[in-house]
Write a protein of this length. Structure first.
Length: 589
C-alpha cells in the first residue's frame, strides 16, 4: 500500500465518513445570503468575551510617538502563544517597533515583550531576563517552533530588515542564533511559518516577504490613488516592487538553507503577508498556500521528495483580491480542510470550500468560494480585514471564525490616526451558516469596540476549558479577551509530542469520533496575520459525554488509535506510545 492509499484508508477507518464515496456526495448549499443584513437566529451561545488585559498584567503599547506616514509603521504588529517553559500554561510574546519610522532606537524605545503565564490568570514580563526584546528591530510577526527537537520552543521574530531566531536554552533564557543558523533574511518579512515540508522530522521555516520598501526621492506630501482615496505615496503598496520569499530548509545540524528558489515556492511576484500549510488531499506531505496583497494568491502542491507544483489556477484558488491572512480548518465537517481569507476594503471575505471529499478523494484539488452561501462574505465589504482563525469558542462542535479589522487608510479628520474598525465574531450554526455576534453585542462589549486591529491568536491561557483571544492593535494596546461561558459544553484538547516526527508533531492528522459525529484536525495550523495560536488540537463536543475514538497519523507514517477517552481534559499523546497521558496542569473543577 502506498502512502496516499494509507492516508485514505486511515481516514475512512478513523471517521466512518461517507462523503468520500462518489455515490454519497453531500448536498451543496445553493442559497446565497446577503450576509451584511442577516438576522440573528434563536439559541445564541451565552458567552461573553471580557477584556482582562491590564488586570492580567499585560501593560503593553504598540510603538510610540506620532506616525511619519510610512507603510511599515502601519502594518504591525503580531502576537504568538507558546509554552516556552513547559509548565502547561501558554505564554505570550507581543511584537513591537521602536517608534516612528526612521528614528533611531534609544535605550527607552519600545521593544517586543515576553509575558510568562503565572497559571493564575496573570502574566509577568520576563523579557529582559529571557533576552528576547528584539531591541532595535522594526517588529512585524512571531512564531514559536522547536527547530532542534530539544523539547523547548524556540522563537522566530520577523522584522523590517534583519529578522531574529532566538534559541531556547531551557532555563528561561534565550540566545540570538540568527547568524549562526543563517535565517537573518534581511528583507521586509511578515508572518513566519514553522512546518516540516519534507517530513524528515525537523521543522523548516517559511518566511513571507512583502515589498522592497525603497522611499528614496519620495515625500509624504506626494499623493497617489489607492482604494479610491488619495494617500501619501509612501503608504501605497502598489508603488513598491514585490520581493521573493524564503523557505529555510532545516539542515538538522543547527543551520538552515534557503530552498525556496530550488523548490519553486519563492513567489517572487507576490507581495506576501501570510503563508499556511495543509495536506489538502492527504498525499502525506503538506501543501503550501501563499496569501498575497494586491497580487495573485498561490497554492503549491507538495509532491514529496523535495518537489512542489503550482496548482493555483487548476485548483480554482487564484484570487487577485488583497489577501491579508488565510485561516485553514474543516469548517463544514466533511473531513478535509477549507480556507477563510480576509481582504481589503470593498473586497469582502472568502470562504474556500475544499471539494476533495465530494470528488471521492481523488483527482485534482478544487476549491469554491462559498462565503456568501454561508453568510460570511459581503459582511466584510466595508472593512479592512487582517488577523483571522477558525476556532470553536462555544465548544458546540462547529468551527467559528474571528476576523480582526482596522484600516491602514488615514482618518480624514486627523491624518496622524488610522481608521478604527470593529472585529467580527462569526458564530457557526452548522448548515445554516455564520452569524456575527460581535457588532450586535451578543458576545460582550469588548468586541463592540472599534480598533486599528492587526494580529490575532487564540489559546486557553487560563486552562478553564474554553478558548480565549488576543488581538493586537496598531499604535495601541492589545486586547486579551477572556472567554466566559464557553466551557458550558464539553471539550477535549490534545497536545502532541513527536519522536520520529518533529518534536511538536506539527502536521500530524487527528480524527476523533464521538456520539456518531466525526471531527478532523491537522495539528499546528497557524494562520492569522503576523501571529500564531497555541497549536493544541481542540475539539468542542457539545453535550457529548464520551469520546469513542481518537486516531493520530503522524508525519513519519506512525499511526495510533485510542478508545473511550475522557472529556474535559488536556491530553498528551506521545508518538509510538500505546497510552495517552494528561498534560499538566489538571483543569479546574
Amino acid at each position: 500500500m502506498n502512502r496516499r492509499d494509507l492516508f485514505r484508508s486511515t481516514l475512512w477507518l478513523a471517521t466512518g465518513l461517507v462523503t468520500g464515496c462518489s455515490r454519497h456526495k453531500a448536498k451543496r448549499k445553493t442559497e446565497v445570503f446577503n450576509s451584511a443584513i442577516r438576522k440573528l437566529p434563536t439559541g445564541l451561545p451565552q458567552i461573553t468575551f471580557t477584556d482582562v488585559t491590564l488586570q492580567a498584567g499585560i501593560d503593553f503599547v504598540h510603538s510610540s510617538g506620532e506616525r511619519t506616514h510610512q507603510l511599515p509603521e502601519d502594518m504591525g504588529s503580531g502576537a504568538a502563544w507558546g509554552d516556552y517553559d513547559n509548565d502547561g500554561f501558554p505564554d505570550l510574546y507581543l511584537v513591537n517597533q521602536p517608534g516612528p519610522w526612521g528614528h533611531p532606537a534609544g535605550d527607552h524605545s519600545p521593544t517586543s515583550r515576553l509575558y510568562h503565564n503565572n497559571g493564575d490568570g496573570t502574566f509577568t514580563d520576563v523579557t529582559e531576563r529571557a533576552g528576547v526584546a528584539n531591541r532595535g528591530g522594526f517588529g512585524m510577526g512571531a512564531a514559536w517552533g522547536d527547530y532542534d527537537n530539544d523539547g523547548f520552543l524556540d522563537l522566530y521574530v520577523t522584522n523590517y530588515g534583519r529578522s531574529v531566531l532566538y534559541h531556547n536554552n531551557g532555563n528561561g533564557t534565550f540566545t540570538d542564533v540568527t547568524e549562526r543558523t543563517g535565517v537573518a533574511n534581511h528583507r521586509w518579512a511578515a508572518t513566519p511559518l514553522w512546518f516540516d515540508y519534507d517530513n524528515d522530522g525537523y521543522l523548516d521555516l517559511y518566511v513571507p516577504n512583502y515589498v522592497d520598501y525603497n522611499v528614496k526621492g519620495m515625500s509624504v506630501s506626494q499623493l497617489s490613488q489607492w482604494s479610491g482615496a488619495n494617500v501619501p505615496l509612501t503608504l501605497n503598496p502598489l508603488v513598491f516592487s514585490p520581493v521573493p520569499n524564503r523557505l529555510y530548509h532545516n539542515n538538522r545540524d543547527g543551520t538552515f538553507t534557503d530552498f525556496a528558489p530550488r523548490l519553486g515556492v519563492a513567489d517572487p511576484h507576490g507581495r506576501t503577508l501570510t503563508a499556511n500549510f495543509s495536506d489538502f488531499n492527504f498525499s502525506g506531505y503538506p501543501d503550501l498556500f501563499i496569501a498575497n496583497d494586491i497580487s495573485s494568491n498561490h497554492l503549491y502542491q507538495n509532491l514529496g521528495r523535495g518537489r512542489y507544483r503550482d496548482i493555483s489556477a487548476a485548483s480554482w484558488i487564484v484570487d487577485n483580491r488583497s489577501t491579508m491572512a488565510a485561516a485553514i480548518g474543516d469548517f463544514d465537517g466533511d473531513g478535509d480542510n477549507d480556507m477563510f481569507h480576509t481582504h481589503w476594503v470593498g473586497e469582502g471575505y472568502a470562504l474556500y470550500q475544499n471539494l476533495w471529499m465530494e470528488q471521492g478523494g481523488h483527482g485534482l484539488l478544487h476549491f469554491e468560494d462559498a462565503a456568501d452561501m454561508y453568510g460570511c462574505g459581503s459582511i466584510g465589504m466595508s472593512d479592512a480585514g487582517w488577523g483571522t482563525f477558525f476556532f470553536d469558542f462555544d465548544n458546540d462542535s462547529h468551527l467559528d471564525i474571528l476576523a480582526v479589522n482596522g484600516s491602514s487608510l488615514e482618518d480624514a479628520a486627523d491624518r496622524n490616526r488610522l481608521v478604527a474598525q470593529r472585529p467580527f465574531l462569526l458564530w457557526s450554526k452548522g448548515k445554516d451558516g455564520y452569524f456575527d455576534l460581535a457588532r450586535c453585542g451578543a458576545a460582550g462589549r469588548a468586541l463592540e469596540r472599534a480598533v486599528v486591529g492587526r494580529g490575532a491568536a487564540f489559546a486557553d491561557y487560563d486552562r478553564d476549558g474554553d478558548l480565549d483571544v488576543l488581538i493586537t492593535t496598531n499604535h495601541g494596546r492589545p486586547m486579551l479577551l477572556r472567554n466566559d461561558g464557553g466551557n458550558r459544553n464539553h471539550w477535549l484538547a490534545v497536545r502532541l509530542r513527536g519522536s520520529r516526527s518533529n518534536r511538536q508533531g506539527i502536521g500530524a492528522k487527528l480524527w476523533l469520533r464521538a456520539d456518531e459525529k466525526s471531527y478532523y484536525r491537522e495539528y499546528g495550523l497557524q494562520g492569522s496575520y503576523l501571529s500564531c495560536s497555541d497549536p493544541m488540537a481542540w475539539f468542542g463536543l457539545g453535550r457529548t459525554d464520551m469520546v469513542d475514538s481518537l486516531t493520530v497519523h503522524w508525519p513519519s507514517g506512525t499511526r495510533q488509535a485510542f478508545r473511550n477517552l475522557p472529556i474535559n481534559q488536556f491530553l498528551l499523546v506521545t508518538e509510538g506510545s500505546s497510552k495517552w497521558g494528561r498534560e499538566p496542569p489538571s483543569p479546574p473543577h
